[in-house]
Design a binder for this molecule. Structure first.
Ligand code: MOS
Length: 743
């Protein structure tokens, strides 16, 4: 009896039971005797200077162990540069570390830590701090900063240029028969994973253990090591369970190092958990922004030029913009292109990654403009996109390693029932509701990590296997799919394999960011598992007591832990037991393809939405969403669907719900709670239909995995906004679309 390959099976989550039964321990739940509790205090003002901190009443409270401020917190050893964590280096969320001086750069900036023996005492004592400020008027909004905007040389931690051009944009737009010009504004978005960030720090002499809620335990280790000047070998970071993220835990924000500093100060383990409100000022956000897009096209709908300019606030220290022009500059054949970022210095922390960082906002502008162009030219929206389809990156000319985009349009449209749609707006009515449908393209770059990824596989003589890699599973299902990858690599049943992860003592893996997790981790795990299989086969054919003795290793196949060549077979267990070996082990590594490979890599998809709009109340209800995506090989269709569905629903939030604004006078966030910052909940969730279009890709990584983490969000909001237009005839170019926009 043989088992089917584990890859491709809709295996349930291996960590599902501990999560739903409450035995999974998150970073705030690690029981360490003697733990003290740290409460962060944020600046009330957004700009200025701290003139005094009176900590006397806080310090007098029972159980208070320390009050740390810029006056007594030790200086950091070194501020590492801001580099995206996929680079595999230190990855601080910003190049500013708090409590090193008295300057206040943004509201909520951490200005004190109160440590006490209980969480309640720490919070109470924190409320007793008397802080005085010298305030200066803050700059936070687009209107306040617009006039001071500059063009940065590079953005995004230096990874991307501030301007991208090809062809001649002026000539391209001049030769156009039709032109669409539109300006889109976007509210800022904040991170609200189920588990707010938390770090628990424990020193043993000069050795530090951090239990951190992070997308990359190595990223935390590398960052804290630099900030504290502690050798890497002395810092271990553990993150066995992480309760969601998508960007808030992709970079390492200051609380991780602050927990370690506080623990050193009080000589006890310290738990530093962010409150929900502190999540709005401590872990970055998707910046407020404005995008101007101009499309030029021939009468038959071929794009002759795209101009895409973005304006957004950044911090006093870093040139950060989410790369909104990225996918939008690459997805269509268009010879003339200009994309420009403009930034202004504002009283904000450095913005950060948020799911489909840049792609979701940039494709919203492009895909809504494409819908306008389709309307203006009288070309059916999918047909317009097909006329601009490209098999190769329009900037480099390199062919896509794989695409599947046309198949996504076709299969998505079929599932959604797009065909026969009346293109005219405002034509369908059901009672008080106007009904409309819309679509958009989706794309997300396949971004390989910058350094080799490693994993380790061990087989025990009892016939079970353990496969290890450092990566945390922040809720995407990585531990589950890696169990499947390990099983197939080893030639073992999946229920006899276990994946252990979330610990820097395990082989290094870059942070699971940029939808690169499944691809890079599966490559390392596959490499380790096949290395171990090959080692065991080599041993069997060399073993005089093995029925496989003398067989050619390449003829040996392994199923269910049994090695077979022709009619002869030997099992892993027999081999190890015969040789009195309790276990066997192998390491594996995968080095991503060099950057000069002659391919461009992108994951594609197509989004469809149907909305109902009540024009008297300005209500929008998304009635159904269909997404078709081509993410390369699908390791686990159940988990892939869940990722894509989550992305699509976040797109719904982007279109209709999620918004934060700063008060122009105080510079503080208006909606710093889940009461006011709205995220899509079940009541907002329509039927979401996900179609997986498998495409083969031999280029991206050994298993051909392109990733599903973020592409599901790209284009989802555009499809909804286009459906709102189709329902009502109104183009709303402000995200989110709210009641007052439709009255
Ligand atoms: Mo993703 S926004 O790189 O966590």
């Amino acid at each position: 009896m043989t088992t089917a390959p584990a890859i491709g099976q809709p295996l349930d989550r291996v960590d599902g039971r501990p999560k739903v039964t409450g035995t999974a321990r998150y970073s705030a739940e690690i029981p360490i005797p003697g733990t003290a509790y740290a409460c962060l205090v944020g600046s009330r003002v957004a700009s200025g200077r701290i003139t005094g901190i009176d900590a006397s009443s806080a310090q007098a409270e029972e159980g208070v162990l320390a009050v740390l401020t810029h006056q007594n917190l030790p200086r950091i050893a070194e501020q590492p540069p801001l580099v995206p964590s996929l680079a595999g280096t230190a990855a601080p969320g910003q190049t500013f570390f708090p409590m090193q001086d008295d300057i206040v750069h943004y509201a909520g900036q951490h200005i004190a830590i109160v440590v006490a023996d209980t969480w309640e005492r720490a919070q109470h004592a924190a409320s007793l701090l008397r802080v005085s400020y010298e305030e200066t008027p803050p700059v936070t909004t687009l209107e306040q900063g617009r006039d001071q905007a500059y063009e940065p040389e590079r953005i995004f931690g230096g990874w991307l240029p501030g301007r991208v051009e090809r062809g001649n944009i002026d000539a391209g737009l001049a030769e156009a028969d039709a032109r669409v010009e539109a300006t889109f504004t976007y509210a800022a978005n904040n991170h609200n994973p189920i588990e707010p960030s938390c770090t628990t720090a424990e020193w043993d002499g000069d050795e530090l253990v951090l239990y951190d809620s992070t997308q990359g335990v190595n990223a935390t280790q590398l960052t804290v090591a630099r900030l504290l000047g502690t050798p890497l070998s002395k810092i271990r970071v553990i993150g066995h369970y992480v309760g969601g993220s998508f960007g808030s835990k992709a970079m390492i924000h200051d609380h991780a190092a602050l927990a370690a500093m506080a623990a050193r100060e009080v000589g006890r383990p310290v738990k530093l958990a962010l409150s929900r409100e502190q999540m709005f000022t401590s872990v970055g956000h998707r910046e407020e922004q404005e995008q101007e897009i101009v499309l030029g096209a021939t009468r038959d709908g071929r794009l002759t030029g795209i101009r895409h300019h973005k304006l957004s606030p950044t911090s006093h220290f870093d040139d950060w913009a989410e790369p909104s022009i990225g996918v939008a500059s690459e997805i269509y054949a268009c010879p003339n292109y200009q994309g420009v970022y403009r930034l202004f210095r504002a009283n904000t922390m450095t913005p950060t990654f948020m799911r489909a960082p840049g792609e979701a906002s940039g494709m919203l502008a492009l895909e809504c403009a494409m819908d306008e162009l389709a309307q203006e030219l009288g070309v059916e929206p999918i047909e317009l996109r097909l006329r601009n389809y490209t098999d190769a990156s329009p900037s480099s000319g390199h062919p896509w390693s794989s695409s599947g985009l046309r198949e996504c349009y076709r299969r998505g449209a079929a599932r959604f029932g797009w065909e026969g749609r009346d293109p005219r707006p405002g034509m369908r009515r059901e009672g008080n509701w106007l009904i409309g449908t819309g679509m958009a393209s989706a794309g997300y770059p396949v971004a390989p990590p910058a350094n080799p990824q490693r994993a380790r596989a061990r087989l025990y003589a009892d016939g079970t296997a353990l496969v290890q890699a450092a990566t945390p599973d922040f809720g995407t299902g990585v531990a589950t799919v890696m169990t499947q990858v390990a099983a197939d690599g080893l030639g073992m049943p999946v229920d006899r394999c276990r994946f252990e992860n979330g610990d820097t003592d395990l082989p290094n893996i870059a942070a699971a960011v940029g939808s690169a997790g499944a691809g890079m981790i599966s490559a390392a795990v596959h490499s380790a598992a096949t290395a171990l299989r090959n080692q065991l086969i080599a041993r069997a054919v060399a073993d005089a007591n093995s029925p496989l003795h003398g067989a050619n290793p390449v003829d040996v196949v392994v199923r269910d832990g049994v090695m077979t060549a022709g009619t002869a077979s030997d099992s892993y267990v027999d081999l190890l037991q015969r040789n009195v070996q309790p276990d066997a082990e192998a390491s594996g590594a995968w080095s991503p393809p060099a950057g000069d490979a002659p391919y461009a890599m992108m994951t594609f998809g197509a989004q469809f939405a149907e909305v109902a709009v009540d024009p008297e109340f300005g209500l929008v209800r998304v009635r159904r969403m269909t997404g078709a995506f081509a993410p390369g090989r699908v390791l686990n269709p159940k988990l892939a669907r869940s990722q894509l569905m989550g992305g699509m629903l976040w797109g719904l939030g982007q279109a209709l719900l999620e918004a934060n604004y700063t008060h122009p006078r105080t510079g503080r966030w208006a909606n710093a709670s889940l009461g006011e910052y709205l995220v899509a909940v079940n009541a907002d969730a329509p039927d979401v239909d996900v179609e997986l279009v498998e495409v083969e890709d031999d280029i991206v990584n050994p298993l051909g995995v392109k990733g599903v983490g973020e592409v599901g969000q790209v284009g989802a909001a555009a499809a909804i906004a286009n459906a709102v237009w189709h329902a009502t005839g109104r183009r709303v170019r402000k995200m989110p679309i709210t009641i007052e926009d439709l009255l």
